[in-house]
Design a protein around this ligand. Sequence first.
Ligand code: F6P
Length: 526
Amino acid sequence: MARLRCDRTPAWAQLQSAFAGTGASFDLRTAFAQDANRFERFSQEAPYVFADLSKNRMDAATEALLLNLAEQCGVQEHRDAMFAGDQINTTEQRAVWHVLLRNPALAPVSTAQDATQSGANLRAEELSKVHATLDAMLAFAETVRADTAITDVVNIGIGGSDLGPQMAVLALDAFATTGKRLHFVSNVDGHELAAKLPHLRIESTVFLVASKTFTTIETMTNAHSAKAWFLAQGGTDTARHFAALTTNVEAANAFGISTTFGFWDWVGGRYSLWSVIGLPIAIAIGAQGFRELLAGAHAMDEHFRTAPLARNLPVRLALLDLWYRNFHGFTSRSIAPYHSALRRLPAYLQQLEMESNGKRVDAQGDALPFGTSPVLWGEPGTNGQHAYFQMLHQGTDVVPVEFIAVKKARHPLKGHHPMLLANVLAQAQALMQGKVDAGGHKHFPGNRPSTFLLLDDLTPAALGALIALQEHRVFVSGSLWGINSFDQWGVELGKVLAKDIEPRLASGDVSGLDGSTAGLLARLRG
Ligand code: F6P
């Protein structure tokens, strides 16, 4: 598979010229005035998601150059290699195969290249394991749901073993039918677990210990404390009250958990909500709902796999992201979900994009001469409007905003939803149009770009499609930048240093530490 880093393609130089020409001074208001069909030209349907890209600083000529860039970088070949299960995570020699978790059991595995019979056999074998595990996990979810003695489910996990299930459980609250309380404990900060325990009873609680590796210090510490609490309260039936979701079933058994659901090293932590890590989601919305979530994601996978680049939504979003990051120099993107159930989506997307693409070297280990992952941040609308939108409208930096709105409300309160929708439309409009007739403090420069993603309804399938869309967009950005989006070495150093520091907090030994760390450690002991 031939990959070419974006800055080494002919299209890159052409984009530089385009930016120096009309790109830098592009004005959205002029673009709309000159093109009555701009909305149609820059909007599109994808499965469950309608996207309006027209309020972005891009014309047809620039988009054509960006599409050439994608071709020249080998994005399609790279995508096909991911779907085929090739080891595209090259620093860890692993496949990146979360799409397989969404592949229907009976359909042939979706891949453009079926190069060898043995490759096809491997895919069929993995797919049958995927579905056997999925069936077992969903059967367990239904058992828990039907068990009236169980009132509380506590997921203990962090990063991908927390953010995905937590985000989805909140997002799909309208589909939660069991009446069980779902809790998420992630932080090693004992305040989190300690605040939960007094409200739990051993006979009515199930703890899910979610960890791909089953070595993550936060999760292990919380799991040990939960087990100690359970035993101290007289609990004995750990098989009933503890389950492990992990690729490391041996470690879970050694920990004393016999109810285990496994997955595979080719599922990255931040791509794992589709695996057994999604058990809390299945407990909340049921097996059928979980299958619908997978089906929505699969529909987006098929769109990504088969749509021509020019009508391929993840590709178009990633190309815009690159245009903003590497040509306009914008350093962040604000996520504005206008739906309170999507309140953990910004946090989820932070891990997805920043852990995937926050890299300073390319796949060969060579330093990159251009910027990679933007900072992602945001809050649900309309709350953000009364906090930081001032900066978005009148600050010195341009921050592209991604609005996410849902047409249908699933509550009976009159008047709220039209008001919410009016606000999201108005914010996108205000950012673009500005208010140029007013001077001084009341001047809004406008020409501030935004993307608008619209769902008809926040169903399990629509959420699945929305998340798969984001995964694939991150894939394409990383592909263009020539990086490995699937490792996360950057989180390791802090883990190693924490291990060294922890015993020093007890002993007071500051030898070899820098002055600041030594000084702070002494104050913490004092
Ligand atoms: O430290 C980062 C990380 O490895 C994430 O990539 C991952 O989602 C998280 O920790 C949790 O890892 P695990 O599921 O193995 O406990």
